[in-house]
Ligand binder design. Structure first.
Ligand code: V47
Ligand code: SF4
Length: 362
């Protein structure tokens, strides 16, 4: 790495901290965001990512299922949900979920299930679903339900989130996906997801899951009304939670897709701002092992570029995705394992198949 480059950019102290493995602070994060040379920021993040994972890029044979789009929350950015009773709403019963999985070419190693906050689906429905999945696909890790859904189930049942997590864990749940975090800044949340749990509650539920032995992921939704300072603050809150409870496996930066959304933004993201945000995330989140280039939201080509801006994971085969595609994602619905490996090799990097917990599989 040419350190004179960082001297010229006035970032030699930040670069030195990265090279020495020292923690960056909020001001460092903002200076990286302000740096006129995005490739310099990318090089630092790539250095960190390479220290952690060499030239490996992870992927998983997974299957996404969205069990309902009916949701009481009405987040303004969300093109996916329908109000209860509204045309276009759907809810899958357990048999349909199992039939979808049975129709796939091969059983998945990970089953990722999320949905809207449905007003009538009770906890027994989810316990039954997890139990059937556990019995039918014993090899698959069940990564299901965001903290927002967990809080919703607790409200519907009149029980604590700890009790919800414990019951779902007993039914077969192993991990929570990272959705629903959006951005923690309260003034922004009031405009984009006013009915959702706040950031403190989102973090508390993840901490609780970690204490119960459930791994979780974490996300940032960016490119809507938030400032760069809000992104930095969000990342540092995730980092503090990780210091406290340590169960975050992977961070997923989610660029906001604007189509079919009620939320109108003045300055939609450009590609370099996406890459810059991924790079700053890698550098600030020094205690979360993995950063995902989620090809569904980024698009496959930008996901490849993200592998040089701090990301080390390509997510997986996905098979059927609704949340991003209803918001205009122009990526495919599914990628074959062979396509993923080819794309990673095309970047000069080494594809490594993993399970949900990032254990390498043969
Ligand atoms: O929580 C909704 C986001 C999330 C839009 O944990 C949008 O492994 C962009 O969290 N534009 C769900 N993003 C997706 C998610 C996820 C995906 C893949 C893997 C994992 C994991 C988690 O998608 C929602 C919300 O933050 N979202 N609408 C949109 N228009
Ligand atoms: Fe509901 Fe999730 Fe969409 Fe918000 S983002 S409206 S909670 S489905």
């Amino acid at each position: 790495m040419d350190l004179r480059r960082y001297e010229r950019l006035g970032l030699d102290d930040v670069a030195a901290r990265v090279l020495n493995g020292e923690r960056l602070n909020a001001e460092d994060g903002l200076r990286l965001f302000d740096c006129p040379d995005v490739t310099a920021v990318g090089e630092l993040a790539h250095h960190r990512r390479t220290e952690l994972h060499g030239d490996k890029v992870f992927f998983v044979r997974n299957r996404h299922i969205n069990y309902t789009n009916v949701c009481v929350n009405r987040c303004t950015f969300c093109a996916y949900h329908r109000d209860p009773g509204q045309e276009g709403g759907f809810t899958l019963d357990a048999r349909t979920v199992l039939a979808k999985l049975a129709a796939d070419a091969a059983p998945p190693r990970e089953i990722h299930i999320v949905g809207g906050c449905h007003p009538d689906l009770r906890l027994e429905y989810f316990e039954d679903l997890l139990g059937r999945l556990r019995r039918t696909f014993p090899e698959a890790v069940l990564k299901c339900f965001t903290a927002v859904e967990i809080a919703h189930f607790a409200t519907l049942e009149g029980i604590s989130t700890r009790e919800v997590l414990t019951r779902l864990q007993a039914a077969g749940l192993s991990m929570l996906p990272g959705g629903g975090a959006e951005v923690f800044a309260e003034d922004v949340r009031a405009k984009i997801c006013p009915r959702k749990i706040d950031g403190t509650e989102w973090l508390r539920i993840h901490g609780e899951a970690h204490e119960l032995g459930l791994a979780t992921n974490c996300t940032l939704l960016f490119g809507h009304l938030e400032s760069r300072a809000d992104r930095v603050d969000h990342l540092l809150q995730l980092r503090a939670q990780q210091d406290a409870t340590g169960g975050f496996t992977c961070f997923i930066p989610l660029p906001f897709l604007t189509e079919n959304s009620r939320l109108k933004v003045d300055n939609p993201l450009d590609g370099l701002e996406e890459l810059r945000t991924i790079a700053v995330s890698r550098l600030l989140l020094d205690n979360v092992p993995h950063v995902k280039a989620y090809w569904v939201m980024l698009g496959v080509k930008q996901a490849q570029a993200a592998l040089f801006f701090g990301a080390d994971d390509f997510d997986g085969t996905v098979v059927e995705e609704k949340i991003g595609h209803m918001a205009g994602a122009d990526s495919a619905q599914a990628l074959w394992r062979r396509d993923i490996e080819e794309m990673i090799r095309g970047c000069g990097l080494t594809p490594v198949e993993r399970d949900t917990l990032f254990r390498e599989v043969a």
